[in-house]
Design a protein around this ligand. Structure first.
Ligand SMILES: Nc1ncnc2c1ncn2[C@@H]1O[C@H](COP(=O)(O)OP(=O)(O)OP(=O)(O)O)[C@@H](O)[C@H]1O
Ligand SMILES: [Mg+2]
Length: 451
């Protein structure tokens, strides 16, 4: 889609301009720069046209940019404000930008966690009519953290283990969808907090390829790339003193293999058992659900003499608990958060309204448990953590308090204690940081971790 030159510059001042928060000046854009811009996008956000595409990304004015933690990359990548949302912009070749854009669209359709593509922009020229590199634009993934920003000061072994487990689960999901990544690494992955663990998202699909199904060799090759890259990344951290002394980078990098293989086997392997052990069919389904996967089909064969049963599940989509939570409450959460919230919802029902059906009780839980917690978070603390993560942490906090004090701590008291002793002391992790935290940015850009 090619937009006419300057078509979108607003005639009416926006609310922000009227309130004097933004200067009301038409950006000075060289004519050639706008006339030649070519934008490929599934749906057009007019805000895209307001950005200074005629400048190399490295020279973009601060006002357009958002200072957020970013992983290490070969290309120039920046976060910019577009209307009320945030986008990530990567300067690269046209071929790579288009390929990655289309690949990310396919991955979204296949329902694997990845960043969302917005547009490819080519035909960029600077004021002197010199070519500028095309860009790939993606939506900034809210509350996501590059692995170097997950920890403050030093990365502990337990956190590292959780990161690697999340990365293994992502790789399994990609492989089940037929995606060969080719460049698996912690830097090409984004992490979101997920009820004490992490949920991993693919951020860099440049080298990826999709097949109807991956061979064992392809999967093993990807896994080997993951191990080598992770080992390298951990050695870098170790050299910079950013990792707990006791962590052995090579040993730890092996964990991705183990974690991946266990998960793959549980999800796909054939299981044989005696006819009398039929309960194992349901047990397997329950285990898969626990891991967050739904079962689409079960193939059950019996041996010729009828004494043995062979069972092979066909696993579909992860997100078993996410979907149940969404169906019951309309809340969108990560998988572990959803599991945690559903547990609370189930015990709420058992304690208060065992007679009510699941949906009605879920509705009551949202209005009497979830919403009051979310509403009690003061505005200034609202951008520290995602809502579902806050509710998870409050529930956890209440449980620990009750156990320590040996009494049933009321929810309101637990919430206050959590806000004052925990949340207030956390870093902001929301996407939209209105103030620029330059110190954190400098540390991140030089490859260190924020404090
Ligand atoms: N949509 C997004 N949301 C949040 N962060 C993003 C997004 N896109 C990119 N980033 C950040 O920018 C970093 C670099 O992006 P990316 O890996 O695509 O660049 P690259 O130059 O292709 O990397 P490589 O050196 O691996 O080729 C990522 O690690 C991530 O931290
Ligand atoms: Mg990358």
């Amino acid at each position: 889609m090619t937009e006419p030159a300057g078509a979108n510059w607003r005639d009416e001042p926006t609310d922000w301009e009227q309130q004097g928060k933004l200067p009301r000046t038409r950006p000075s854009v060289p004519q050639k720069a706008l006339a030649s811009l070519n934008i490929t996008a599934a749906s057009m956000d007019p805000g895209l046209l307001d950005l200074p595409w005629h400048l190399p990304l490295e020279e973009w004015p601060k006002d357009n940019l958002a200072a957020l933690p970013r992983g290490i990359s070969r290309h120039v990548v920046r976060f910019a404000r577009m209307g009320d949302s945030l986008i990530a912009i990567k300067e690269t070749s046209e071929h790579v930008a288009r390929q990655e854009y289309h690949m990310l669209r396919k991955l979204r359709r296949l329902n694997v966690p990845s960043v969302e593509p917005v547009a490819v922009i080519t035909g960029r020229y600077d004021a002197d009519g010199q070519d500028l590199q095309p860009v790939l634009v993606t939506k900034h993934l809210r509350f996501s953290l590059p692995y170097r920003a997950v920890f403050s000061q030093t990365l502990r072994q337990v956190t590292l283990t959780r990161l690697i487990d999340a990365q293994a689960l992502l790789l399994v999901r990609l492989h089940l969808a037929g995606f060969y990544w080719g460049d698996v690494s912690l830097s090409n992955t984004l992490f979101r907090r997920d009820a004490g663990a992490f949920a991993a998202y693919l951020v860099d699909a440049e080298t990826g390829e999709l097949y109807p199904e991956l061979s064992r060799g392809q999967r093993e090759y990807d896994l080997e790339i993951a191990r080598v890259n992770i080992a390298g990344e951990l050695m870098d951290l170790a050299e910079g003193g950013l990792i707990e002394d006791s962590v052995d980078p090579l040993d730890t990098s092996e964990r991705i293999m183990k974690s991946y293989r266990n998960l793959w086997a549980e999800l796909t392997e054939k299981e044989s058992f005696e006819l009398g052990e039929r309960w194992r069919v349901n047990a397997r389904i329950r285990r898969l659900n626990e891991l967050g996967f739904d079962v689409d089909e079960l193939t059950i064969n019996t041996t010729a003499d009828g004494s043995q049963v062979q069972l092979q599940p066909k696993v579909v989509d992860a997100g078993h608990h996410q979907r149940r939570l969404l169906r019951l409450t309309g809340l969108d959460a990560q998988e572990n958060q959803a599991r945690r919230l559903l547990n609370d919802m189930d015990s709420y029902r058992a304690d208060n309204h065992p007679e009510l059906d699941e949906e009605l009780s879920a509705h009551l839980w949202v209005t009497q448990v979830f919403e009051p917690i979310v509403k009690s978070v003061p505005r200034e603390l609202g951008s520290k953590l995602e809502q579902a993560e806050v509710v998870h942490e409050v529930l956890e906090h209440r449980w620990y308090m009750s156990e320590k004090e040996n009494r049933n701590v009321p929810m309101a008291e637990a919430v206050q204690s959590y806000l004052n002793t925990v949340l207030r002391h956390r870093r902001d992790e929301a996407a939209i940081l209105l103030s620029t935290d330059t110190r954190t940015m400098n540390i991140l850009e030089s490859g260190g971790a924020p404090e």
